[in-house]
Design a protein around this ligand. Structure first.
Ligand SMILES: CC(=O)N[C@H]1[C@@H](OP(=O)(O)O)O[C@H](CO)[C@@H](O)[C@@H]1O
Length: 463
């Protein structure tokens, strides 16, 4: 077949180093960028097959997230913007490790196994982070897509969550939003402005946030977004990529692991750090005695779930809300959520896909890993209930106001995957609405030395 001739020809331009074996890990392939050209080409092929199989647009993001600049990697995005399914992760590993002469056979195995109709059209969205290797590696993905006759849309430099968002918008025919970066900024920022409109006790000082962009794509995108915020949030951007190296002495992983502010940040009142592809966020501040305080994913989940629970009560809407954590969560956050907030808490395996699926089982699922990956999922039924009340002309003012705030919360959140930018906007809105300082947020519960962690990890590893 002509299609396979193209694959044979093109794959010769992206040869696999003989004997090299790589695994599709927690969030895709990841290693030194020099070893990834053939992987990218092959993931272009696989995404095209996945698109034919699902009859939907698939995403391919070239990034190694919080890893050093020299590394790179690839994440595959399924039709609703979620991570690709485990079966297809297996195919990704098979295809990645087939020796050059076995590539066509490996491809045909997948086609046969999944009964893929090769005459079906295919569409693949491609994005990349700011690494110097990302340009040629994303070109290799595009070569893979065209070798199997797929169409592509190259979004160029975008954050990982932005690419997930585009895929979801495309596959919901625009119902989730417009599949452009402008559409993304407009949707999120309009919801943020709506949310904070009535935050009367918010002073100008409280509107100020220092953002560490990890010298990566998140920094570029925050800059792009600023004009859409209409000065409702004043951002001082540090580590914007103009001087420092990606993820070096900065970014969410550095801050979390070192328990220190990143280089370059003037650790003002309220700071946050993104990681290299902007799908994680952590907050922090330094107190008057020079003591550093980290507010990680556990604290974020508590802030958001408390806010949502109160709004549900005010709105008089009966919806089940749960928080999904991993075994790395601080035990005191779990205790606070269960005992004080009376919120359901579930523990999932590390990796966004596991938390995401666990969160989908509830009307409202708030999921966060301690390292700062997370978002909120609303079921269709929950969204509908909230929408109905927000439009109900006989509801009293307080109930209606709560429903409207819930509706804006739905719009400010990127429900496809953890998103540093959208999480930041939601957190900033909650703090503004409550007139809450970062110190007050930090004091919601007190972190205890994480004595429960070892037990939880042990139990978890036995499951
Ligand atoms: C999308 C995804 O699954 N990301 C994973 C992955 O993070 P990255 O920021 O994508 O490198 O590795 C983390 C550590 O294992 C894990 O906590 C997280 O869930």
């Amino acid at each position: 077949m002509a299609q396979f001739q193209d694959v044979s020809k093109q794959s010769g331009l992206h040869p696999k180093p003989p004997g090299l074996v790589l695994q599709y890990g927690t969030a895709g392939f990841r290693t030194n960028a020099k070893l990834l050209d053939h992987i990218m080409f092959r993931m272009g092929l696989l995404a095209t097959l996945r698109s034919k199989k699902t009859k939907a647009t698939i995403g391919v993001m070239v990034t190694a997230s919080h890893n050093p600049e020299e590394d790179n990697g690839v994440k595959l995005v399924d039709p609703m913007g979620e991570m690709v399914t485990p079966t297809w992760e297996g195919y990704a590993t098979q295809l990645a490790n087939a020796e050059q002469e076995d590539l066509l056979a490996a491809l045909k195995d997948i086609i046969e196994e999944e009964a893929i109709n090769m005459s079906q059209e295919a569409d693949v969205f491609v994005g990349k982070d700011t690494r110097s290797s990302s340009a040629s590696l994303s070109k290799a993905v595009l070569d893979g897509v065209s070798a199997l006759g797929g169409r592509n849309k190259d979004y160029g430099l975008v954050t990982t969550p932005q690419l997930h968002y585009m895929v979801c918008c495309q596959n919901t025919q625009g119902k989730y939003g417009e599949a452009t970066v402008e559409g993304y900024y407009k949707k999120l920022c309009q919801a943020f402005i709506q949310l904070t409109k009535n935050a009367s006790n918010c002073t100008d000082d409280q509107k100020h946030l220092s953002v560490d962009g990890a010298n990566g794509i998140g920094a570029l995108k925050v800059r792009e977004m600023e004009s859409y915020l209409k000065k409702e949030l004043h951002i001082s951007l540090f580590n914007d990529g103009s001087a420092g190296k990606l993820n070096h002495q900065c970014g969410a992983d550095f801050v979390k692991v070192q328990q220190n502010p990143p280089t370059g940040i003037n650790s003002g009142e309220r700071c946050c750090s993104f990681d290299g592809d902007a799908d994680r966020i952590v907050y922090y501040y330094t107190d008057s005695e020079g003591q550093f305080h980290l507010l990680d994913g556990d604290k974020v989940a508590t802030l958001i779930s408390t806010f949502l629970k109160e709004l549900l009560t005010q709105a008089g809407i009966d919806l089940e809300i749960a928080v999904v954590q991993t075994a790395y969560a601080n035990g005191s956050s779990t205790n606070y959520l269960e005992d004080t907030m009376k919120v359901i808490v579930r523990c999932a395996k590390t990796g966004v896909k596991h938390l995401h699926h666990a969160a989908q089982e509830f009307d409202i699922g708030v999921y966060f890993e301690a390292n700062g990956h997370g978002t909120v999922l609303f079921s269709k039924a929950a969204e509908e209930k909230i929408r109905q009340l927000a439009e109900d002309s006989i509801a009293d003012d307080e109930r209606k106001r709560a429903a409207l705030l819930l509706q804006d919360t739905i719009n400010v959140i990127n429900q496809t995957v953890g998103d540093a930018i959208s999480d930041m906007l939601l957190i900033e809105a909650i703090l503004a609405i409550r007139g809450m300082t970062i110190q007050q947020w930090d004091a919601i519960y007190k972190d205890l030395p994480n004595r429960q962690l070892k037990v939880k990890v042990l139990v978890h590893s036995l499951l």
